[in-house]
Design a protein around this ligand. Sequence first.
Ligand code: 15L
Length: 272
Amino acid sequence: MTQTVLLTGAAGDIGSRLRPMLRTRYGRVILSDRTEIDDPAANEEVRPAVLDDPDAVARAVEGADAVVHLGGQPVEAEWSTVNASNIQGMMTLMQAAHAAGVARVVFASSNHVIGMYPRTARIDHERPVRPDSRYGLSKAFGEALCALYADKHGMRCLSIRIGNVADQPADLRRLSIWLHPEDLFQLVVIGLEHPDLHNAIVFGASDNAMTFWDNREAFRLGYRPTHRAEDHRNVAVAAQERIDPDPIGDRLQGGGFGSDEFDGDLDRTLWS
Ligand code: 15L
């Protein structure tokens, strides 16, 4: 049974939103981040770690039953940065978790794993990855690492391809990929508690009418989102009007992550 949860990236935006929900449901929560956390609650313990420091990561996972891994590089960056945090760092985390006997890992993957699909495509968890960035590629690596540790070492893993976590959808693309923090928590709990979980990939999206994704894998595991992007349509439309058009990104699920550095053949990308 999951009692002690390690939350990496605990000082970040999503980490800060998950903390109160995690500490209410679980007996003990270990908070880890490269940034200082100075407000632990009674059942929270702070263990700082940089992901590419194996000793610090080993100390962070000690005694944890499960890990919610939000840590790492959260947007596009130079390869050296992405590699250190999301490739080497993810490997370091999984090795340490396995050595410490951690039973479950919930991995914060990203919509940017499949960001080069056109917005007109409807994607399920079985479609091949089409990363839109070095960042998206590193998240695909993380998903594959979860598969390895589930199949070969018996861990139970859930990769959540997070859309965009916020109180409201921030633009038109986010009307399709928005994820309310409470719906994210529901998915995290599935990863931490579902008795039949082996290794699964789900989409981190609320109940969005404009979704790009067939999220049947999440529904199979019991996910029932309670928030709807359409309830905030006016906010998203108004915000979009203040954003310059992006002729490439506006056609891709990953938006600006896909148009950034783009020098390919858009027609081929859209129609292949
Ligand atoms: C992500 O993966 C990022 O971590 C987040 O900052 C947003 O940019 C989000 O994707 C998005 O696609 O909106």
